[in-house]
Each structure stands twice: as structure tokens, then as C-alpha cells.
Write a protein that binds this ligand. Structure first.
Ligand code: SF4
Length: 434
């Protein structure tokens, strides 16, 4: 076992020595994106494992380890990490946990402390917990976010978004069942190989790949049948993670609808935009804001390239541009509202409506005040301005039954089917918004 070292505050550090022999466990959120992240971490010498475990045992572990005032994503991610640690699959003397820290004012910056507390209560305090953040909150000698890793993660997000976006638009329409998943697996492998081989993504090569991906998905044989489109919005973890939302995407797919998941890059742009807005509102942090502005422009240009590939080489609906999303939210919530998903959550509902997708599920985790305000709290106002919107807020908590959640969604889908049959909703504006 490596020597345990602590910083001045008594925090257990993840050392260089540990890097050589420790396994790093991380909670799963988005399978495509996180599959690429795992590969990037491996490339840089980390034995990373993204946990895709599910089941009641994880919820029970979370309930035992986390105070019941805490929000549901905190309970699930802590439960999943501790469950893995106690599963016997990993050497508890050579395993570390990784948790993200956003650096914002919400609890997402504090999950890490809950995990440490839970470890202490279970005599596992010798297990290091590494903060995964881009703002330098906690540092560890054995875990460094180098510019190269950040660049690679950025491209991984963009590739992940593109593959998620296009596979969701082909899967419900494919004539040969399984074509979409086969192509998705092909591209996931190709990009993972690229990560292993080139050690970095080059903008020119990536651009070519964006185009090829769009062309390949376009080539899938699809029916012209019209399907109900359902957008999923909400708190980031509950919206994306199958463990958090009881496999919502799979349920919707089995109901025969086209699922529209917002791109992860929007959340990255939103987080960067918050720094710029803060400097404007509070008249401070100008240098940081200038650097962030440059990064923002870089990400924004990547989103633009992906959208150009989609619009020029396929007939798929492109992603909404971030600037358009910001425009849409005016008059609803100020962009200074940035706790949790902040204004982005309201904007996600508006961008779906703007693209002609009126059926929306707003996922709400238990104990999440910010997202109840900008999510559930905004639905009435949105419906007043867009009577065609068919929005349902679904609560996710340890006691909510899957059947109850699905029944409420089925009611929303019944309305969606009626609307489609009677053509009471306006025709879908494919390609709108950009
Ligand atoms: S946004 Fe909600 S769910 Fe996410 S950390 Fe904050 S309180 Fe928890």
C-alpha cells in the first residue's frame, strides 16, 4: 500500500506513487461521452473505471451514507461509488474515487465532502477522493488536468454529442433494426482508437470526421414515418444518467418515440458563460473572464463545425446554437441565474419548442431547489406563451416508483399522440433554430 500523505488541511492526497498502482472509480453519466473519457484517462496513465452499475442496492447504499436532506444525484453517485468499493471487485487499499466539482454555488461542489464523510463513517477513510474540476479547487500531486487532457476531453464531448444526437434521430426510424447501434459502436471504436493512437485530436482531422459521421448516419435506411418527438431536460445527472432516471431513454425508445437529449457541450458553454456574466455583473475577475471568453469562442466554433457538418451532409436536425438558446430565454430568466442548471434549464425547454418539439419531460431530482425553480417553476409561464407545449415534470427520488413515473409519462404521450393525430400542433420545423 502506498504511503498516505495529507495536505495542510488534513485532506488525504492522491500521490504520484498511487497513480502507478491505484484504480480510479468514477460514476457514469453518459455512456458514449464517458466511454471516451475513460480512454483518455487510460492514455494518460490512470487505471480509470467508469461505473455502469445499477440497482436498488446502490440506492440503499446512498440512503445509508448520505443525509436525507441531500439531493438525489448526491445520494446516487455516493451510493454507486461506495457500493463498488464494498463489492469485493476492487482492492480497497489500491482504489481511489473521482468526483466532479463544478466550482459553482450549488451542492455539486460539495459531493466530494459527503463522500469523504461516508468513507470515514465506514472506516474507509484511507481511500483518496480526487476532485475532477477545471478551476483548480483541490490539487493532487498524482492527478493533474493538463491542457492536453482538457483539449482531449473537449473533443470527446463534441464527438459524444454528435453521436448521441444523430443516433437518437436514426434509431426510431431504421428499417433494419440494429443498424444505428452497429454504426454507433463502429464510430465509438474508431474514436477510441484515435485517442489511443494520436494522443491528441487535431482540428482538421476532427472536422473531416464530423462530416464522415454525418454522412454515415445519413446512409442508414430509414422509414419516412412520423414519430412523436420527446425532449428530455432537467438537472444534468438525472437527465442523462440511466441510474438517476430509471432508464428513461430506453423506456421512451420502447414507446416508439424519438428522444431528444440536449448536448453536453451546452452545459460546458453555459458554465463558461457564467464566468463572463459574473465579471460583468460584479465588476471583477476581468483577466479570468478574458481567458474564459477565448475558450468559449473555441467551443462555440466547434459546435458550429458540428452543425455545419450536419446541415451540409445530412437531413438531420442540427443542434441549436448557444447564442440562439441565450436569445430564447430573454424575458423568462436572467442569465445571472446560474445556480444548478440555472437559466439553461428554462432555455432547454424553449429551444425544444423553438425547434418544433413540443413534448417535453422535465426531470426533477429530490432535494434540488434550484432546478425546481428554473424547471418546474417555469413551466406555467412557458405554457402561457406556448399553449402547444406538452410538458410534464417528473420527480425522481429514492421512494418514487418507476411505474408511477412511467404512467405519468404515458399520459403525456397520450396527449402527444392526440395532438399528432389531430394536427393541432404546428408542423415540425426540422432544421429550425440555427
Ligand atoms: S443542481 Fe440540484 S441536484 Fe444538482 S447539485 Fe444542485 S441541488 Fe443537487
Amino acid at each position: 500500500m502506498a504511503t498516505l500523505r495529507y495536505d495542510k488541511t488534513g485532506r488525504l492526497l492522491f500521490t504520484k506513487e498511487m497513480k502507478k498502482e491505484y484504480t480510479l472509480l468514477m460514476p457514469m453519466m453518459l455512456p458514449i461521452h464517458f466511454g471516451f473519457f475513460e480512454e483518455i484517462f487510460k492514455l494518460h496513465g490512470y487505471r480509470a473505471v467508469i461505473l455502469d452499475t445499477t440497482g436498488q442496492d446502490i440506492i440503499d447504499e446512498g440512503l445509508r451514507s448520505v443525509h436525507n436532506d441531500f439531493c438525489y444525484p448526491a445520494l446516487l453517485t455516493t451510493g454507486q461509488l461506495l457500493h463498488a468499493l464494498k463489492s469485493g471487485e476492487y482492492d480497497i487499499n489500491k482504489t481511489a474515487l473521482v468526483m466532479s466539482q463544478t466550482g459553482g454555488g450549488c451542492r455539486a461542489s460539495n459531493y466530494i465532502h459527503i463522500i469523504r464523510k461516508a468513507l470515514k463513517n465506514q472506516n474507509l477513510e484511507h481511500v483518496p477522493v480526487i476532485s475532477f474540476n477545471l478551476v483548480g479547487i483541490e490539487k493532487n500531486p498524482g492527478f493533474k488536468m493538463t491542457p492536453k487532457i482538457v483539449a482531449q476531453l473537449t473533443y470527446a464531448v463534441v464527438y459524444g454529442d454528435l453521436l448521441m444526437w444523430l443516433s437518437n434521430q436514426t434509431r426510431p426510424y431504421e428499417k433494419n433494426i440494429g443498424d444505428t447501434d452497429k454504426l454507433l459502436a463502429h464510430w465509438m471504436n474508431a474514436i477510441k482508437k484515435e485517442i489511443r493512437r494520436s494522443k491528441s485530436f487535431l482540428p482538421k482531422a476532427a472536422n473531416k470526421k464530423f462530416i464522415q459521421i454525418a454522412k454515415d448516419f445519413q446512409a442508414i435506411d430509414r422509414t419516412e414515418e412520423e414519430r412523436i418527438k420527446v425532449g428530455v431536460v432537467g438537472e444534468i445527472y438525472i437527465k442523462y444518467a440511466a441510474l438517476g432516471n430509471n432508464n428513461l431513454e430506453e423506456f421512451l425508445h420502447n414507446e416508439g418515440v424519438e428522444v431528444v437529449m440536449p448536448p453536453l457541450l451546452d452545459f460546458a458553454l453555459y458554465s463558461l458563460n457564467n464566468v463572463i456574466v459574473d465579471s460583468r455583473i460584479y465588476h471583477k475577475g476581468y483577466l479570468r473572464a478574458a481567458i474564459v471568453k477565448w475558450l468559449f469562442q473555441f467551443l462555440y466554433s466547434l459546435q458550429d463545425k458540428v452543425n455545419t457538418a450536419i446541415t451540409h451532409h445530412s437531413d438531420f436536425r442540427p443542434m441549436q446554437s448557444f447564442e440562439r438558446i441565450k436569445e430564447l430565454v430573454k424575458g423568462y430568466v436572467d442569465t445571472g441565474n446560474k445556480m444548478g442548471e440555472g437559466w439553461l434549464l428554462t432555455a432547454e425547454m424553449l429551444e425544444l419548442i423553438d425547434a418544433g418539439i413540443y413534448n417535453i419531460i422535465c426531470t426533477q431530482p429530490f432535494g434540488c431547489l434550484p432546478n425546481h425553480i428554473v424547471g418546474k417553476g417555469m413551466i406555467r409561464r412557458i405554457k402561457q406563451n406556448h399553449p402547444e407545449a406538452n410538458i410534464v415534470a417528473i420527480d425522481f427520488d429514492p421512494g418514487a416508483t418507476k411505474i408511477n413515473q412511467e404512467n405519468r409519462i404515458k399520459l403525456m404521450l397520450a396527449t402527444a399522440r392526440r395532438n399528432m393525430q389531430s394536427h393541432s400542433a404546428p408542423t415540425f420545423a426540422l432544421g429550425g433554430g440555427k
